[in-house]
Design a protein around this ligand. Structure first.
Ligand code: NAD
Length: 499
């Protein structure tokens, strides 16, 4: 019998009967490993109502008690990280070592949230006016929705959930329907850590669940991560319904290689950042901009490294790159290889030749693919492919390379490879991208900074996690108070001011 994955509402698995559902695959074999329930309007109502019921008590729970839950969760997560990594790998397809990296970054965010009491401290001004004190409070928003993509089923929910609950909010998490099990594992672990029922609920499903959260009047804020068209839709719909929204979208990340760079380092980085997680990362490098004259040598070095990559099942410790998440996604990525060829790009390595891996013809395999002499008008350059397809563009000068990066509508991550400190300093100043690496290909900020791109890679004005995460999940209140003393008195109709 096929395994069933359902919602987690008010501290337990939902026991109703779902009208709709979806298949969850093992990407390495192509077999259906489970069915996941899709929420209808009624289930959205149930999950939000549970979060609403849990809010008053959780909001009034002391910082110390909230902190103890987060510390306990951190310990449980660290102790069971391999189990979670295996769950991620089995539904997403990424290799287990990569999934373990995802979980490790998630632990960082939990550790940051453990510092909530320090981060929620307000300001206090004694005697702002004679006998008058002014202070600020950071209070939770209420019920918040978190909607996450398939590519980081553990890390992205944990970009938001720890901070949201540390701030005193209650949460409805809507994970991707493609790999839903990590969210349930996380919710059960939070329950084990002592999180009261209803503070974190998991609602599975598709657009119906997302729209339900976007329109529900009791949901006060939405943190979304996914593709740019959906991020834009979520931002516009959520804000129209009066919610605070941060919506992180897609990416096309460029790695600029200057003539003085260490080309072995750059080639290692291009292959790691281009093909790790089969390119299904919002911080993947999908474009290498080679500044003359390094193009030929760099392409040769990248191709040589690709030839040694081991594609295989995520559970095989020898594998370096797993399959794509679904057959439909593989077909879409493959169609870009055809489009690149038709547009005249030079196909240096053709990943379509990788078909049967580990004796599994049904797996969603596509090998690493390298295009050279790509131009900015080709669809392999303009579109986010989100697969193992790396494009190399040639640029005559640093200025040309910078113009290419800045003309791109996305602005998530970028990296420069050079040994010239002045050039790198100029790049970090001039480039219109939210996260910049210098000789670092995937500059994902550590948990005590915040994560977010510019332009079409983020809608809203708060980045995810870190200090901006705390800012997003709270609203401030300023109190002006006077305690009577013998010097008070007198009517004054003027606007309050300092005299
Ligand atoms: P997606 O946009 O298809 O789905 C994201 C979420 O939105 C899922 O929970 C999905 O169920 C829901 N959704 C899908 N279609 C919807 C619709 N029509 N209406 C309402 N909700 C809908 O993204 P994905 O394929 O799961 O993830 C990959 C994308 O996410 C890539 O574009 C990647 O760059 C992006 N991403 C961005 C970041 C970032 O931080 N900027 C991080 C990870 C992934």
């Amino acid at each position: 019998m096929t395994n069933r994955i359902s919602h987690w509402i008010e501290g337990k698995t939902w026991s109703g009967v779902a009208d709709r559902g979806g298949d969850v695959f093992d990407p390495a074999t192509g077999e259906v490993r489970a069915r996941v329930d899709f929420a209808g309007v009624q289930e959205v109502m149930e999950a939000v109502a549970a979060a609403r019921r849990a809010l008053p008590a959780w909001r009034n729970t002391s910082l110390a008690a909230r902190g103890r839950v987060l510390f306990a969760f951190r310990e449980l997560l660290a102790a069971r990280k391999h189990e979670l990594a295996r769950i991620v790998s089995s539904e997403h397809g990424k290799v287990e070592s990569d999934a373990a990296g995802e979980v490790a970054r998630a632990v960082e965010n939990v550790e940051f949230a453990c510092g909530a009491p320090q981060l929620l401290k307000g300001g206090f001004s004694e005697n702002a006016s004679t006998g008058v004190d002014v202070y600020s409070l950071a209070q939770p928003l209420g019920v918040v929705g978190v909607i996450s993509p398939f590519n980081f089923p553990a890390m992205v929910p944990l970009w938001f959930v720890p901070n949201a609950i540390a701030c005193g909010n209650t949460v409805v998490l809507k994970p991707s329907e493609k790999d839903p099990s990590a969210a349930n594992f996380i919710a059960a672990l939070f329950a084990e850590a002592g999180l009261p029922d209803g503070v974190l609920n998991v609602l599975h499903g598709d657009k119906v669940a997302v729209d339900g959260l976007l329109e529900h009047p009791d949901v006060k804020a939405i943190s979304f991560v996914g593709s740019t068209p959906i991020a834009r839709y979520v931002y516009e719909t959520g804000t129209r319904h009066g919610k605070r929204v941060q919506a992180l979208g897609g990416a096309k990340n460029h790695m600029v290689v200057l003539p003085d760079a260490d080309l072995d380092l750059a080639a290692d980085a291009a292959v790691s950042a281009g093909f790790g997680s089969a390119g299904e990362r919002c911080m993947a490098v999908s474009v290498v901009v080679a500044v003359d004259p390094v193009g030929d040598e760099l392409v040769a070095k990248i191709a040589e490294r690709i030839s040694k990559l081991k594609v295989g099942a995520g559970a095989d410790p020898e594998s370096e790159m797993g399959p794509l998440v679904t057959a439909a996604h593989r077909a879409k990525v493959e169609s870009y290889v055809d489009a690149g060829l038709a547009a005249g790009a030079e196909l240096v390595v053709d990943g379509r030749e990788v078909r049967t891996v580990s004796g599994e013809p049904g797996g969603f395999w596509l090998g690493p693919t390298l295009f050279d002499r790509v131009s900015p008008d080709m669809s392999i350059y303009t579109d986010e492919i989100f697969g193992p397809v790396l494009s190399v563009l040639r640029s005559a000068t640093y200025d040309d390379a910078l113009s290419v990066v800045n003309a791109n509508p996305y602005g998530n991550g970028t990296a420069i490879f050079t040994n010239d400190g002045g050039a790198s300093r100029r790049f970090q100043h001039e480039v219109e991208v939210g996260m910049v690496g210098v000789n670092v290909p995937i500059p994902v900020p550590v948990g005590y900074y915040s994560f977010g791109g510019w332009k079409d890679s983020l809608f809203g004005d708060s980045h995810a996690y870190g200090p901006e995460g705390f800012h997003f999940f709270t609203r401030t209140k300023v109190v002006t108070s006077r305690w009577l003393d013998p010097s008070h008195g007198g009517v004054n109709l003027g606007f309050p001011r300092n005299t």
